[in-house]
Design a protein around this ligand. Structure first.
Ligand SMILES: [Fe+2]
Ligand SMILES: [Fe+2]
Length: 289
C-alpha cells in the first residue's frame, strides 16, 4: 500500500474572520493567525501537495489534523474545496487537530465531523477511534483534539479510546494486517514553549498502547517541523513515529517549507519518501534519502 501523509494545512480564506468571531479563545488565535500563520502557510501550496499526491499514484491519503486555524465555517469550506480532488473516503481519511476544535461551540456543533466525518467513519458518525482496512494494512483514526485550557493546545486520548486502539491493533495483527495509527498530537518532547502549552497530556498512555498492542507505525501532526523517532513495539521491534510537518508552510526566507510524506507499506516494512515545496513555491520536490 502506498499512503500519502499531509498535515497541518491551516487553511485560511481571505476575509473569513469577522468581528463577531473575535470572542474568547479566538482573540488570541486571531492575533496568532494574522501575525504568524497567514505569513507562513499557503493555500496554493496545499493544492500543489494534493496534486502531487495524486500524481505519485498513492492508494490513500491521510491528513493528520489542523486543516483550519480557528474552526471557522469558511475555513472548513476552503479545506473541503482544496481536498476535493482526492475524492471520497475510499481515498481520503482525516482526523481533527486542536485547531479544528478551536472553540467549545465548534466542538459542541461537531463542526469538523459535519464537514469531514465521512472521511473518518464509513457511514454516519461514531466514536473515535475509527478504522479502515486496506490490503495488508489497517488504518486506525484517533482523535487527540479536545477542549484545552485557555491559551493552550493540549491533546488527550483517554482510557476508552486507548483501549479501543489497542483492540483494533491486535485484531489487525490477528488478521494479518499491519496497523497504522493516525493521531494529531505527538509523543516526543519539543524544545520550545510548545512543550508547556501544547503537548499530549497522556502521551505515556499512548506509548503504552504502542508498546503492547502491535501498532506498527504512528503518523502524527501538530509539530509543524518534521519529526521522526521510534518507540518500543509489542514484539520488541522499534515502531516508527513520524510527523511529516506542516504541508503548507511557505516562508523560504525563514527556512520554513511545506512537507508531506509517502509511505510504501509491504510485508510489515515501511519505506518513507519525503517531499518538500521548492524555493519557488511552485512544486514539491523529493528530498534525498
Ligand atoms: Fe498545527
Ligand atoms: Fe495542532
Amino acid at each position: 500500500m502506498r499512503l500519502a501523509h499531509l498535515s497541518d494545512l491551516h487553511l485560511y480564506p481571505h476575509g473569513a474572520l469577522r468581528p463577531a468571531d473575535l470572542l474568547g479563545r479566538r482573540v488570541v488565535g486571531a492575533l496568532n493567525l494574522f501575525l504568524m500563520r497567514t505569513r507562513s502557510h499557503s493555500n496554493d501550496v496545499a493544492r500543489l501537495a494534493v496534486a502531487k499526491a495524486l500524481e505519485l499514484g498513492v492508494d490513500h491519503v491521510i491528513v493528520t489534523g489542523d486543516v483550519t486555524n480557528l474552526a471557522l465555517e469558511p475555513e472548513f469550506a476552503l479545506a473541503a474545496d482544496v481536498l476535493a480532488p482526492l475524492g471520497g473516503p475510499d481515498f481520503l481519511s482525516m482526523i481533527p487537530g486542536n485547531h479544528d476544535y478551536y472553540t467549545p461551540a465548534a466542538i459542541a456543533a461537531r463542526r469538523f465531523e459535519h464537514w469531514f466525518g465521512r472521511f473518518v467513519w464509513a457511514a454516519g458518525e461514531g466514536d473515535y477511534p475509527a478504522w479502515k482496512d486496506f490490503p495488508g494494512v489497517r488504518l486506525i483514526l484517533a482523535c487527540s483534539a479536545t477542549k484545552p485550557p485557555p491559551l493552550c493546545a493540549h491533546g488527550w486520548i483517554g482510557v476508552p479510546q486507548a483501549d479501543r486502539i489497542a483492540t483494533l491493533a491486535r485484531e489487525a495483527r490477528d488478521q494479518g494486517l499491519f496497523p497504522v495509527l493516525a493521531v494529531h498530537h505527538y509523543m516526543h518532547v519539543q524544545h520550545s514553549v510548545r512543550e508547556i502549552t501544547g503537548f499530549l497530556l497522556d502521551k505515556g498512555r499512548l506509548r503504552d498502547v504502542v508498546r503492547t498492542s502491535g501498532v506498527g507505525l504512528v503518523l502524527h501532526g501538530h509539530d509543524h517541523h518534521p519529526h521522526e523517532m521510534t518507540v518500543p513495539g509489542a514484539d520488541g521491534c522499534p515502531v516508527p513515529v513520524i510527523g511529516c510537518g506542516s504541508t503548507t508552510l511557505f516562508a523560504p526566507d525563514r527556512g520554513r517549507r511545506g512537507r508531506f510524506n509517502v509511505y510504501d507499506i509491504a510485508d510489515g516494512r515501511v519505506t518513507v519518501q519525503r517531499w518538500q515545496v521548492a524555493d519557488q513555491g511552485d512544486r514539491f520536490e523529493p528530498l534525498p534519502g
